[in-house]
Design a protein around this ligand. Sequence first.
Ligand SMILES: NC(=O)C1=CN([C@@H]2O[C@H](COP(=O)(O)OP(=O)(O)OC[C@H]3O[C@@H](n4cnc5c(N)ncnc54)[C@H](OP(=O)(O)O)[C@@H]3O)[C@@H](O)[C@H]2O)[C@@H](O)CC1
Ligand SMILES: [K+]
Length: 488
Amino acid sequence: MRTAYSVETVRAAERELMDRLPDGALMRRAAAGLAATAVRMLGWVYGARVLLLVGGGDNGGDALLAGALLARRGAAVTAVLLSPDRAHPGGLAALRAAGGSAGPAAAVSGRALVADLVLDGITGIGGSGGLRPEAAELLARLEARRPGAAEPAVLAVDLPSGVDADTGEVPGAAVRATATATFGAYKPGLLVDPGRQRAGTVRLVDIGLGPHLPPQPDLLALQHSDVARLLPLPSPESDKYRRGVVGVAAGSARYPGAAVLAVGGALRGGAGAVRYAGHAAEGVVAAHPETLVSGGAPREAGRVQSWVVGPGLGTGAEAERAVAQVLEADVPVLVDADGLRFLDPGQVRARRAPTLLTPHAGEAAALLDVAREAVESERLVSVRELARRYGATVLLKGSTTLVASGGRPVRVNPTGTGWLATAGSGDVLSGLAGSLLAAGLDALDAASVGAYLHGLAARLAPEPCTAVEVAAALPSAWQQVRATAGTD
Ligand SMILES: NC(=O)C1=CN([C@@H]2O[C@H](COP(=O)(O)OP(=O)(O)OC[C@H]3O[C@@H](n4cnc5c(N)ncnc54)[C@H](OP(=O)(O)O)[C@@H]3O)[C@@H](O)[C@H]2O)[C@@H](O)CC1
Ligand SMILES: [K+]
C-alpha cells in the first residue's frame, strides 16, 4: 500500500523528528537522498552540468546542499537564485565551498541554462498558488532552449514547483519533472492529476519520518498484495447464491450495448450469478447466455445482493422508476451514468445499505452544479465533497480515478491508462464493482478493487483496446494480482 500525507501532517511529523535531531540533520538526509537520485538519473557525475533552480525556502536549501554534494564529486553546478537575499545561507555556503557557482536569476545568461540535469528547488510544501512571474519566466527561458539542444532531465525536489502538495491542483505555471525525489512521505499532489502528470517517476527518500506519521494517511493507493487480500474467492461450501447475485438494471432499446458491457463486467467480478432487468435482455443473453434475464422492472427481477443501475438506461420516466426501485431495495447499490441524473441527495443519505456513485468528471460537475473544468482541476476536493453531500461512497473516474468514503483515506487508483478512455469501458467497471459488492466487499473496497482490476485489464488487453476486450482481460488481471501478490 502506498500512503500519502497532507502538508499539515508531514510538518507535524517533521517537527517531532527535528526536536530529536541536531540542527540541519533532516535537511542533510534529504539532500543526500536527492543527490543519490540525481546521480542515478545522470548515470555519471564528473563533468556533468547541473543547474539548480533555488527559491527562498528550505526546498531551495535542499537543492543547494545536494548541489554541493554533486560539485564535490566533480559536477559543474550552477545555482540560479530566485530570492538571492533569502537563499538558504548554509546551502549557499556549502555549494560555493564545493566549487559551485550561484547568481540571481536576472543575471543568468542563456548559456548557463544549458544543463544535463536541472534540480527544481523553487518551492516544496511551502509553495502556494501558481509559480510567481519571475519563476515562471525562468521556466519559460529553460524550455525555450537553443534549437537542437537536448532536453535536460528535471528532478523535482520534494514535489514539482507549482503543484499543490495537498490536492494535485496546478493553478498556474508549474515545473514538469522527469522524476521527483520526495522526502519522508508521498504528498497527495504527487498521486493525483494534474499534479501527478507533472511529477514523473516518484522516488520516496527515507528521512526517518515513518514512526512520527499517524496510522491513517490522507490518501492511499492499493498495490497487488492489497487487492489480492480483498478478492472474493469461492470456498468449498460456496454455491452461486452464497457467492452473491448482482442485479444489473441497465441498457434500453436504444442503448442495448451498455447492458451487455455492464453484465460482461459483472460476470467477472466474483459474484456467483448476474440477474439482468431491462429492455436489452435479448442482446444480453445472446452475448452472455449464463445471465438470468427478465424483461421487466428491477422490483420483479428476484433477490439480489447488490444492484447496478444506470448505464445506457436513458432519461425517461421508466429509467427514473428503475433508479427509484433500486434505491428502495435494502442492498448495496451502484449508480452510474444515466442513473446519476435522478439522484436526490436526501434519498441517498437516508438509505441504510451502502450506495456507490461512479461519475466521470462531467457527471460529477452536474451533481455538484459546477463546471467540468472545476472538477478536473480539483479532483480530490470534488470527490470528497460528493461523498459528503450524498453520504455515499464516490468513485470519480478519470486519468487518476479516486474513491472517497466518509472519513476514510481517499483511495487513488494506480493502474489507470489512457486506453480506458474508450466508449463503454465505464459500463464494464460498473458491472465489475457491483459484482464485488454482491460478493461481500464494502463499497470502498469494491470500488477501489474494481478500478484496480479494470485498469490492469486495459493494460493487458490488446492495444488499442475496446470495452469488450477490457472485460475479456479481467480474468488475466485477476490472475496476475493473485500470482504476484507479495512481490510488489
Ligand atoms: N521541514 C523540514 O524539516 C524539512 C523540509 N525539507 C524541505 O523543506 C521544504 C519546505 O520548505 P519551506 O517551508 O521553507 O517552504 P518552500 O517549499 O521552500 O517554499 C517557500 C518559499 O517559496 C516561496 N514561494 C511560495 N509560493 C511561491 C510561488 N507560488 N512561486 C514562487 N515562490 C513561492 C516563498 O516565498 P515567500 O512567500 O516567503 O515570499 C518561500 O521563499 C520541503 O518541501 C522540503 O523540500 C527537507 O529539507 C526535509 C526536512
Ligand atoms: K520543488
